[in-house]
Design a protein around this ligand. Structure first.
Ligand code: NAD
Length: 278
């Protein structure tokens, strides 16, 4: 079986480029589908406190027969827990639910610019990394200005930035900023949440050419442009199908055609990090 390539962070640790996300998956379902994802070959799991399924992910890890050093686990600090001391406490609670001693990647879930607590929150993540409790630290849903601000305030550059990113919203500017600063880009809702994108003729034609599915071609596009990518499915056959995207190699014209589907800000599905205030 093909295994996911690893990408190297600016702190020297590595991350499997293809992972499995569990947003909107109930805790008891998470245990089952994360087990299926491990069976399919995934070793990188993306959860968050707000998903309410860290315990289910933890049970799947415990019953997998896989050692933690074979796995890569991400969780995220929820917005209500921002601030220095509250972040340290929220981290311990997440670890308790996951049943882990150390975490591979901890992310600030949203910048939440209005709260003005993201710099203190980032300082807490730096402290957790110093203490060896988390290997790698990063952020999610930041603006370019927010990234620059936490770098300038602390001298520590996030290793990764997890953002909404799919062919209809390809985030060229933030990807360029990341590349220029040694920040990997990680794509959330990489399949555009399974909607119109997978029926787009450009995508279906390329899928036919490669004898693949639309989802596989979109995941292969993410891999080709250097994104870390975390598609979600709770259907075992699709979990396997998504992992098998690793076997598909797009040519330069395919990549360019899919990149050409970008709709700029019109393509955004989720909240705008510059204004999100929940
Ligand atoms: P996604 O783009 O991965 O789409 C998932 C949906 O696509 C599935 O529910 C299903 O309907 C469809 N799908 C999946 N595989 C398919 C296949 N092979 N064929 C046909 N349809 C298929 O959407 P997502 O769940 O929003 O994003 C993925 C992950 O990103 C999440 O689970 C979560 O881990 C992460 N995420 C993070 C944030 C954040 O704020 N940091 C926000 C949203 C999602």
């Amino acid at each position: 079986m093909t295994t996911s390539p690893n990408l190297t962070f600016n702190d020297g640790h590595t991350i499997p480029q293809l992972g499995y996300g569990v947003w909107q998956v109930e805790d008891d379902v998470a245990e089952k589908v994360v087990g299926q994802a491990f069976k399919a070959g995934f070793r990188h799991i993306d959860t968050a406190k707000i998903y309410g399924n860290e315990a289910g992910v933890g049970r799947a890890i415990a019953s997998s027969g896989l050692a933690h050093d074979e796995l890569f686990i991400t969780t995220k600090l929820w917005n209500d827990d921002q601030g220095y001391d509250s972040t340290l406490a929220a981290f311990e609670a997440s670890m308790e639910r996951l049943g882990l001693d150390t975490l591979d990647l901890y992310l600030i879930h949203w910048q939440k610019p209005g709260a003005k607590s993201y710099v203190d929150t980032w300082r807490a993540l730096i402290e957790l990394q110093k203490q060896g409790k988390v290997k790698t630290i990063g952020v999610s849903n930041f603006t370019k200005e927010g990234l620059q601000e936490i770098i300038d305030a602390t001298g520590v550059t996030p290793a990764i930035h997890q953002i909404e990113l799919h062919p209809f919203f390809n985030q060229a500017e933030l990807r360029e900023f990341g590349a220029a600063h040694g920040i990997l880009t990680q794509a959330w809702s990489p399949l555009g949440q399974g909607g119109e994108l997978l029926k787009d003729k450009v995508v279906t034609d390329i899928a036919e050419k490669h004898n693949a599915t639309s989802a596989q071609v979109v995941i292969a596009w993410h891999l080709a442009i250097g994104n870390v990518v975390i598609p979600k499915s709770v259907t075992e056959s699709r979990i396997q199908e998504n992992y098998a995207s690793l076997d598909i190699t797009l040519d330069a014209a395919d990549v360019e055609a899919i990149s050409g589907l970008d709709r700029g800000a019109e393509g955004r599905i989720g909240a705008d990090p510059a204004t999100a205030d929940f």
